[in-house]
Design a protein around this ligand. Structure first.
Ligand code: SME
Length: 172
């Protein structure tokens, strides 16, 4: 059984190194994208202090649709280019918002949210979704968080790509 460990450090480099190790162990050998998104959201929400929402939006028919998450119920559909999540898809890069009240078009799913970090999931054929983190504190996220969550996105994508083809399975 996997048991998530709390990560007690003020050092974000140490924090994200341990988070990455836990996530790799949690997703190891499991390619299902929904199961892996659910466990990733749960691990982020349990281990990261100061969050009120952590989860996924996944591309479905050209728009973002709510995926697995932890936190309050959220808006279901977000167009590419809309809000912080849609901006991350349109730019194909992470968007770090220190104060959501100063971000034009921010979509408020929880009125308590004050800062946000969105990292796109970029697969071989383009953006397949985003990881979205919200905090009730202004400027909760910085460049170290962005780098750490980009590593989380890479681990998620690598795990989901681990589908053995019949030929490979037969050869092993
Ligand atoms: N604030 C996001 C919407 C999603 S919720 O935060 C969960 C945005 O502006 O895209």
């Amino acid at each position: 059984m996997f048991e998530a460990r709390d990560i007690e450090t003020e050092d974000k480099t140490v924090f994200y190194r341990e988070l990455a190790q836990q996530l790799e162990a949690l997703l190891h050998g499991e390619p299902d994208p929904i199961a892996n998104a659910a466990n990733t959201a749960a691990l982020l929400f349990q281990t990261m202090p100061g969050l009120n929402w952590a989860g996924f939006y996944l591309m479905r028919g050209g728009e973002l649709v709510l995926g697995p998450f932890q936190g309050k119920p959220a808006c279901v559909r977000i167009a590419v280019g809309a809000g912080v999540c849609g901006a991350a898809v349109a730019r194909r890069s992470s968007v770090l918002v220190e104060d959501v009240h100063a971000f034009p078009g921010h979509i408020a799913c929880d009125a308590a949210s004050r800062s946000e970090l969105v990292v796109p999931l970029i697969g071989p054929d383009g953006v397949i979704g985003v990881i979205d983190l919200d905090s009730p504190s202004v400027a909760r996220f910085d460049a170290a968080d962005q780098a750490g969550i980009e590593r989380v996105a890479a681990i998620y994508l690598a795990a989901c790509a681990q589908v053995a083809t019949p030929a490979l399975a037969a050869a092993s």
